[in-house]
Design a binder for this molecule. Sequence first.
Ligand code: GLU
Length: 300
Amino acid sequence: MSIPYRGRFAPSPTGPLHFGSLVAALGSCLDARTQGGEWLVRMEDVDTPRNVPGAADDILRTLEAFGFEWDGAVAYQSRRHAVYGEALASLREAGKVYGCACSRREIADSALLPAIDGGMLYSGTCRAGLAAGRLARAWRLRVDASELVFDDRLQGRIAQVLERDVGDFVLLRADGLFAYQLAVVVDDAWQGITDVVRGADLLASTPRQIWLQRCLGYSTPSYAHLPVAANPAGEKLSKQTKAVPLKVADAPGELLAALRFLGQPAPTELAAAAVRDVWAWALENWSFAAVPRQRSIVIP
Ligand code: GLU
């Protein structure tokens, strides 16, 4: 018997949903529903200073207006600090994490190369223990020099050598907040997620998440990284690039555009149809095989 499919959409409430988020929500939801799966929504509000008041409710109302229906209650990472603390404690007992006293400045000064995600590759100063008089600011997970490989359903074979490409990475930050990498891994396991379908901007984070799953004894879900929508300057649509919020009044038109972006030949007439008619077409005709195997697609 195969494990039932369980997918999820995990927005960060840092602003209203935009076209890029609609693509991720729609791709993950259709992949789940057309396989008879469940689809959950999780608010990734662990980075509390970045949360915008009211954004989480606004996201949920927008999803409803766009015809999305999720299973169960929405999970909020901001309420799960104790659980992330337990996961970190178990890693500490197993000697897999260590306290790091380095300041941002010291890391930048000692880093020889940039990390794969544009951050700084940690040189490992505190790996063998803190020098006398130094206090731990953050907690890092040890990585090794082996090649970590996984097969993405859309992007193919992805390989990283964490020690070379990322370095020991932070799970508990100097400001006392748990890192996204820890929260996402703990929650995907807690919610029993079998299939992660999300934007390709998270492709470079995936080997870190798989490594963490292995360190915590969790199983690894299957991954599909959808192309991200980029502006003509090649930047991913986001709050920083001033992506326009989704227009709820034009939900059918926006859904149609998202389906087309995902390679589905949705008929133009759907733009004038009701939201439920667009969903009926999408559920009937969804073809995962038609989704472009690209990391980004420029939209005008
Ligand atoms: N919260 C992340 C974001 O908004 C998504 C994380 C995920 O899907 O794993 O970019």
